[in-house]
Design a protein around this ligand. Structure first.
Ligand code: GLC
Length: 810
């Protein structure tokens, strides 16, 4: 049974989301990327590309905050020479035309758009090969009208080449360094820039650095004309929708040494009745020092999209595509489930795993709502985003963790965010940021059992170096050393909630959530200290955990829930006596997750959350939202009520509530909230039709507007959110019940009573755990390979064979 909304549906195997009506409420995106080259691609061919860093090394342009949306893009236009009619194969930018058919299939790492118009079927598949820095637009045109057709084909892409922030603020100067020529032997446009801004901020300094890359833009049809000047290709007072060159059929064959760059190629073909033509448009990029791509010459070794003679090879390109499909088959095979809930299956088997992989590589830094100009990689995001990929690729996760530890200082504190290409970032003093280090390392250890990572020596950002274990301990000690007069963490410029930035800006305010979070991380780190034989740290951390239990329960209990924080002046926020921001969700969820709340208070805190914070779309982060500006709290109170951190259903926080609810024994309500949050559900619910939800129905958005705003149900900031990994891991670890520990796996499913059972496969340390769960069984027991086992724990290493059959009767 297909799951659908009015704009599209999931295929039977959930591997593609098929958009059937291009007039979606927002552009709906996908990603295509490998470890260096990355691009966003919308269902209309929009989006931009970059190499390594979306700020410092942007390849193609995106126009921010512009109308019409989602421009420019990766466009291939076809023109019928006889009639003069022309159209785009991706619908945009020629959106005013009447297409006979439109369909966009977003899959893992590729997007395929099919259109039919003027008797031509166009199929265009965009992807980035797994191991070469390039993008491919693979095209097939089929003649449908039964007549021979003379067609002109125009492929074009507006380039940026370099620093995208500088392009926004200094383009009139920046454009004097572009350089594009047509290589006749190659029949390709070769583009570069003689200048690269790599200074980290907005600055008038003009660094004297070369952009060290060269772009090759090719189309493997005979080339009839080209252009590289945006001005001449598009023409005066025109747009991508009606380029002068396409309208007149005359390319200027312009090679530019200055100006706004476009790579545009024209081909002319004759297509016999009912026949088809296959070709590819490619953008390849290589460092300048590599000998120029020429026939028979070397490009990247081996020239991955090209045959021996140096020409693009469709056979190689199609093999690259098959390799990409295989990569995702392998990735997704790590977890496969069959439950009675289709939306859950679609998310866990495909889209949630996929979204988590996207966040692992894009951080919060390259999306339609995350323009890639500001933030780089967030430290706290980095150490959470590993949760999705560590099951699949622990080697890359290990590398990432170690690299990120370079941004920790000797005293245990960290930069808040960093940029990989410039090795810089900002120190903001968010109180929780360093604590995500131990959080992430513990998760890595639980998945892999690879304690050798702890011995690895990593430099601190300021001076000296220390083992990974030392980095972990220093983060915890830094947090302990930065507690305030009550003995709870000082909040400084914010904790996980960035918008509580004035609660403790003077250094005195303290955070309850931060206390629970510190408690949680301390507790989770204890076995690591034990394994290292570090008695002193073990004692210190154990004592501090108990101290946090004492203090939070002495000073943070408001009667029906835990208050959220104390201001610099000592006044609490998140209390029942307040007129706004009375109850904050995270202080309740983490009281439970940290196991610092006694059970009666845990129950009460959960019940209060349910009473005051539940909405049709998930849990509201705070209620009532702030309606008056309060400078002693911060940005939260300046944000419109019902959106973002000011009272939206902030999905990351809502997911933590789901976890807390399961841990506190209320699986039914946890599942109810989990289900409301799944994007295909929120975008179908009667209260929130897809048109209101707006963002992609296949990935979690950062937030959904709560009933505190008239646009309730409207989502924003899709794709790049910590929600992805948490919903994935709560689904796999707690609902399905695969909980990795340092020594093995606890199997402890917590499923809604309406489920009769489920089956699931989960790869773990070289084995496949094949789980069958039946609900409402008479005898409650677990068997492993047919034998009854006591308890819920198994050590997979003790069993022979690759697959271990586990049956649980609940
Ligand atoms: C955004 C940030 C994340 C922060 C959250 C809450 O999602 O990326 O780091 O914790 O907002 O403010």
């Amino acid at each position: 049974m297909a799951i659908a909304n009015q704009y599209g549906y999931y295929t039977e195997d959930y591997r593609e989301f098929v958009i059937t009506d291009p007039r979606t409420p927002r552009p709906w995106f996908n990603y295509m990327w490998n470890s260096q080259y990355a691009g966003l691609i919308s269902h209309t061919g929009g989006g931009f590309s970059f190499l390594e860093s979306p700020r410092d090394n942007r390849i193609s342009r995106m126009r921010y905050n512009c109308l019409p949306w989602d421009r420019p893009g990766r466009y291939v236009m076809v023109k019928d020479s006889a009639t003069g009619k022309y159209w785009s194969l991706s619908w945009a930018p020629t959106i005013d035309l009447k297409y006979d058919f439109y369909e966009c299939r977003h899959g893992q790492g590729y997007t395929k758009i099919t259109t039919e118009i003027n008797g031509i079927r166009g199929e265009i598949t965009y992807f980035v090969p797994t191991d070469t820095n390039a993008e491919v637009w693979r095209v097939k045109l089929t003649e449908l009208s039964g007549q021979t057709r003379d067609l002109e084909i125009y492929s074009f892409l507006e380039l940026l080449m370099g620093n995208a922030l500088n392009d926004q603020i200094n383009q009139p100067n920046d454009k004097h360094f572009t350089d594009i020529h047509f290589d006749r032997e190659l029949q390709a446009l070769v583009a570069t820039r003689r200048y690269w801004v790599l200074n980290k901020g907005v600055s008038v300094k003009q660094p004297n650095i070369d952009w060290k890359y060269q772009i090759y833009f090719s189309q493997n049809l005979p080339i009839a004309g080209f252009d590289s000047s945006l001005d001449t290709f598009i023409g005066r007072w025109r747009s991508e929708a009606n380029p002068l060159a396409v309208e007149t059929g005359v390319m200027q064959n312009m090679e530019i040494t200055a100006g706004d760059p476009v790579v545009a190629l024209q081909s002319k073909i004759s297509l016999a009745a009912h026949s088809a033509v296959d070709f590819a448009v490619t953008l390849e990029i290589a460092p300048k020092e590599i000998p120029p791509l020429n026939k028979g010459g070397k490009f990247s070794s081996p020239p991955l999209l090209r045959g021996a003679g140096g020409d693009l090879s469709l056979e190689i390109i199609d093999r690259q595509f098959a390799q990409l499909r295989q990569k995702w088959d392998d990735h997704l095979s790590c977890v496969q489930v069959q439950t009675p809930d289709e939306a859950f299956n679609a998310m866990i088997n495909v889209w949630n795993q996929y979204q988590a992989a996207v966040t692992f590589d894009m951080a919060r830094n390259s999306g339609y709502y995350h323009g890639g100009l500001l933030f780089g990689t967030g430290m706290r995001d980095r150490f959470q985003d590993i949760l999705g990929v560590v099951m699949v690729d622990p080697v890359r996760v290990r590398e990432r963790l170690i690299k990120a530890l370079n941004f920790q200082f000797k005293d245990g504190s960290t930069l808040h965010n960093y940029f990989v290409l410039t090795n810089t970032g900002e120190r903001t003093n968010h109180s929780d940021t360093p604590l995500w280090i131990p959080f992430g390392i513990v998760e890595y250890l639980k998945e892999t059992g690879d304690f050798s990572i702890l011995e690895e020596v990593v430099p601190y950002h300021d001076e000296t170096s220390g083992s990974v274990y030392e980095h972990l301990v220093r983060a915890l000690d830094f947090a302990i050393a930065n507690t305030g007069e009550r003995g709870m963490p000082r909040i400084f410029t914010g904790d996980w909630n960035d918008t509580l930035d004035h609660v403790g800006a003077q250094g005195k305010g303290e955070t309850t959530w931060g206390a629970f979070f510190l408690g949680y991380v301390l507790k989770k780190s204890l076995p690591v200290c034990e394994q290292q034989g570090d008695r002193a740290a073990l004692d210190r951390f154990q004592k501090f955990y108990e101290h946090l239990r004492q203090v939070t329960n002495d000073v943070c209990w408001d009667g029906e829930w835990y208050l959220r924080a104390f201001r610099d002046n000592g006044e609490p926020i998140g209390v029942s006596s307040a007129t706004q921001g009375k109850i904050f969700l995270n202080a309740q969820s983490w009281a439970v997750i940290s196991e610092l709340a006694p059970s009666d208070r845990a129950d009460k805190a959960m019940a209060s959350s349910r009473e005051y914070l539940a909405t049709p779309f998930g849990m509201q982060i705070v209620a009532p939202s702030f309606t008056e500006i309060d400078d002693t709290v911060g940005l939260i109170s300046r944000c419109v009520p019902g959106k973002k951190e000011n009272g939206a259903v902030f999905n990351h926080a809502s997911s933590w509530f789901v976890l807390a609810s399961i841990l506190n024994g209320d699986t039914e309500f946890a599942w109810d909230i989990y289900r409301r949050m799944m994007p295909i559900n929120s975008s179908q619910a009667t209260e929130a039709k897809c048109d209101r939800f707006e963002t992609e129905p296949y990935v979690y958005p950062e937030y959904v507007t709560s009933p505190d705003h008239e646009t309730q149900g409207q989502a924003s900031h899709s794709w790049l959110t910590g929600t992805a990994v948490w919903m994935l891991r709560i689904g796999i670890d707690y609902i399905l019940g695969f909980q990795p520990t340092f020594t093995g796996m606890i199997i402890d499913p917590k499923i809604p009573s309406e489920w009769t059972g489920f089956t699931a496969k989960r790869k773990f340390r070289g084995k496949t755990l094949s789980l069958t769960v039946t609900n409402h069984s008479e005898v409650k027991q677990m068997t492993v390979n047919g034998e009854i086992v006591e308890g819920k724990f198994i050590d997979p290493a003790k069993y022979e064979g690759e697959e271990i059959a586990i049956a649980v009767h609940l």
